[in-house]
Design a protein around this ligand. Structure first.
Ligand code: WQD
Length: 317
């Protein structure tokens, strides 16, 4: 299928672009490079040997999006172009609402106008807020009820880390990383002095926050499965994309140090606003219905994250 990837030059988008090409699909990228780099597209083409057309546009720009749809007979859209840092979303919530809602509405309008009905939305486990219990299941009431002929798959990502085994694409956040793993890899690369662990007084096995870390290539492959599912089903389906295992901050630090034989100095800091104690998936629905299951383990994630960072000290810059 010819698939539009908004935010396709970003961390998850670039890895999904590679897996879509591997599965025989034809991706087109739309990205304003707000949180990504054109070099990532060169690396995708290097890994796959395939040219990937890019529209350097903001997907909130109705005119530009409409022009792009009129120039391409898209059969599906995977929408990555959203803001997603939990801490930052607590500081500038209105910017997050504006960007994430406007971009989605503009895309859905263009899809309706041009007769595109398959939509994969990169959602987030953070929609669960403070969970009553863990592991989390998809039972929360949500969905796209007013766009009846649309096939929507909502993927609730847990915590994507890792990189393509080649080390040629990976996570390249602008500025100081919000997320744990890029912060760790930049400490390992000597770009940052030490890791601040945000709180060790949570009700978890070692007091630090527990999350469900998932290898970005496993997450990318989940999108290929979601695309196939959307093409064969109408309506809305929600899937948790996680491993089903929770690891604490110190579990990640200790695994990273062991796997890469590196020291990561850290200091305990106060809790970060917006953080929760524990969040990990029940991924059974994705396995049963999408036929998808995470294959890579935490050692793979820590090894591949460092392989990317050590080969690209300044990311794509
Ligand atoms: C993980 C743990 C922090 C940085 C992310 C995305 C969100 C969604 C879920 C996909 C927490 C601790 C972090 C640091 C630390 N994903 N930490 N020091 O907040 O779970 O959310 O994954 O869409 O959009 O933002 O991930 O990596 O920021 O934090 O101690 O310097 O690491 O407190 O326990 P989070 P994170």
């Amino acid at each position: 299928m010819k698939v539009l990837l908004t935010g396709g030059a970003g961390y998850i988008g670039s890895h999904t672009c590679v897996e879509l090409i591997n599965a025989g699909h034809t991706p087109v990228i739309a990205d304003n490079y707000d949180n990504s780099c054109p070099e990532a597209v060169n690396r995708i083409e290097e890994i796959t040997g395939k040219k990937v057309p890019v529209y350097e546009i903001d997907v909130c720009d109705r005119k530009a999006v409409d022009k792009m749809f009129s120039e391409n007979d898209f059969e599906a859209v995977i929408h990555f172009a959203g803001l997603k840092a939990v801490g930052e979303s607590c500081e500038i919530p209105l910017r997050y609402y504006q960007n994430n809602l406007d971009s989605t509405i503009v895309l859905l309008e263009a899809m309706q106008k041009h007769g595109v009905s398959n939509f994969v939305f990169s959602s987030s486990a953070t929609v669960y807020g403070v969970p009553e219990t863990v592991p989390l299941v998809e039972g929360m009431p949500t969905g796209c009820t007013n766009h009846k002929d649309l096939s929507v798959v909502l993927l609730r990502y847990f915590n994507p880390i890792g990189a393509h085994e080649s080390g040629r694409i990976g996570e390249d956040p602008n500025g100081i990383p919000n997320n744990l793993m890029p912060y760790i890899t930049q400490v390992a690369a000597g770009k940052l002095e030490q890791l601040g662990v945000f709180g060790n007084d949570y009700p978890t096995h070692d007091g630090t926050g527990v999350r469900d870390y998932i290898h970005v290539v496993d997450l990318a492959k989940a999108h290929v499965k979601a695309l196939d599912y959307a093409a064969q089903h109408k309506g809305t389906e929600i899937f948790n994309i996680g491993t089903g295992t929770g690891y604490s901050v110190l579990d990640i630090v200790n695994t990273f140090m062991r796997v890469n034989d590196l020291e990561i100095p850290y200091v305990i800091k106060p809790r970060r606003s917006g953080d929760i104690a524990e969040c990990y998936a029940n991924p059974e629905k994705a396995e049963k219905i999408l036929g998808w299951k995470a294959e890579k383990n935490l050692d793979d994630m820590c090894r591949d994250s460092w392989n990317w960072q050590s080969q690209n000290k300044n990311g794509y810059k």
